[in-house]
Design a protein around this ligand. Structure first.
Ligand SMILES: Cc1cc2nc3c(=O)[nH]c(=O)nc-3n(C[C@H](O)[C@H](O)[C@H](O)COP(=O)(O)OP(=O)(O)OC[C@H]3O[C@@H](n4cnc5c(N)ncnc54)[C@H](O)[C@@H]3O)c2cc1C
Length: 284
């Protein structure tokens, strides 16, 4: 698979990884778990930079935020007590659906985002959690919202260092929904939602994110606006889910037709919002 690779590096720090990436120009690629890179089989790669020893496998609190190092595996996220307790474990639930046990033991959070797949299962909960990405390149480090990362199609020449989840609204409820062809397959469609209700049961804060229905995972911002200030009743759900289906730009591929995806996203968002509103969603 990598018979075209001439040099393999295993840097021990972010600084060294960034320098190697910079020097390697278009011939160099970062590798973490390799679960996407190996499948991709890009024969233009001459230099591989393995970042799994660069000190980026961690989960910890920074004030009210939670930060997750880029090479933290799906298995570590799935089994983390801290992530299990964050937003009721919505991210842990999503990580637990990423492929098989073997894949989750190798696959990393940074790789899931950097690969730029519209079906990346951790992207939708991270969008619903207002996640931020810390990038490093020769100019230094910068933190950008995940929405901005995806505005650039999820493609970056920089190194993803960590993912930050800021303080979340108190009393929020969360849900992650996925439909795949099999239990270990990538999503045909996925959706994540977060809701905060006021004392009268009206929506005070809402996030709706959907995956595999557009070129990148996306927030359904128009649908979110429709729900603000309303009760989550039948008419609101019909209007909001209809809007999500209109905002989506699905394609037909080997896994499903665009029409099927458009209908499925409507169903998954409804399930997510119903789960949140009924209080069955993960409590914060
Ligand atoms: C059988 C199978 C099942 C799968 N099932 C799922 C699924 O259900 N859900 C799902 O979302 N995905 C699934 N995947 C895809 C894959 O496992 C994930 O996307 C995984 O998180 C990728 O992480 P990785 O560490 O293996 O990335 P790698 O393969 O190492 O890298 C992927 C890409 O990201 C770049 N990269 C990696 N880390 C960084 C970084 N820190 N900074 C900058 N660039 C970086 C690499 O250069 C490469 O371009 C599956 C894959 C396979 C093979």
């Amino acid at each position: 698979m990598f018979d075209t690779v001439e040099t393999f590096y295993r840097p021990g720090s972010v600084r060294e990884a960034v320098r190697l990436l910079q020097n390697g120009k278009n011939r160099a690629r970062v590798v973490a778990g390799g679960t996407d890179l190996v499948v991709e089989g890009d024969r233009s790669i001459r230099i591989l930079i393995d970042i799994t020893h660069a000190g980026l496998s961690y989960i910890h609190r920074k004030g009210k935020a939670c930060v997750i190092g880029a090479t933290t595996t799906m298995a570590a996220i799935e089994n983390s007590t801290a992530i299990g307790a964050l937003a009721g474990g919505v991210l842990a639930r999503a990580a637990a659906t990423c492929g098989s046990v073997q894949i989750r033991n190798m696959a990393t959070l940074g790789g899931n985002l950097a690969h730029g797949s519209p079906a990346a299962d951790t992207a939708t909960p991270l969008l619903a959690l207002d996640g931020e990405v810390v990038l490093a390149d020769a100019r230094g480090r910068r933190k950008i919202p995940l929405t901005e990362f995806y505005a650039g199609r999820g493609k970056t020449k920089a190194l993803i260092v960590e993912i930050a989840i800021p303080a979340l609204p108190r009393g929020g409820r969360w849900s992650f929904q996925k439909l795949g062809r099999t239990a270990s397959d990538i999503s045909l469609v996925n959706a994540a939602a977060g809701l905060q209700l006021d004392s009268k049961g009206r929506v005070k804060w809402v996030r709706i994110a959907v995956g595999a229905v557009a070129p990148t995972p996306m927030r359904a911002v128009h649908a979110e606006k429709l729900l603000l200030g309303r009760e989550v009743d039948e008419s609101a759900l019909a209007a909001v889910c209809g809007e999500v289906a209109r905002e989506a730009r699905p394609i037909s591929d080997v896994r499903a037709s665009a029409e099927y995806r458009r209908e499925t996203v409507r169903v998954l968002v409804r399930r997510a919002l119903e789960e949140c509103a009924a209080g069955r969603g993960c409590p914060l």
